[in-house]
Design a protein around this ligand. Structure first.
Ligand SMILES: [Zn+2]
Length: 100
């Protein structure tokens, strides 16, 4: 594979990571994700590489060991509900509920 081919593969992987990241960040259901990607494809030049289905994006990432983990965050950005804080139900700093 030449340098252009390697760069193209890296671009596809970054696109997939971005897609999965956006879906996770906004808690999108698969149907809304598909609709947004369909719209994106409709306005991009023909031959674009947006993956129409989340499954396709995830399956491309899986062999690389690039899974993802959803981590809740305080809406005021004070803390992550991660590691020793994974069981907490409200923010240690501002007291905001994890689930509201
Ligand atoms: Zn907080």
């Amino acid at each position: 594979m030449n340098l252009y081919g390697i760069a193209a593969q890296i671009t596809i992987i970054i696109d997939c990571c971005t897609d999965v990241h956006i879906k996770s960040d906004y808690g999108l259901i698969a149907a809304s994700y598909v609709r947004i990607v369909e719209y994106g494809k409709s306005i991009l030049p023909e031959g674009n590489r947006l993956k129409e289905h989340l499954y396709a994006a995830k399956s491309m990432m899986k062999p690389l060991g690039l899974g993802y983990q959803k981590i809740d965050i305080c809406p005021n950005f004070y803390m992550l509900y991660y590691l020793e804080n994974v069981e907490l139900t409200e923010c240690m700093t501002c007291g905001h509920s994890r689930y509201k």
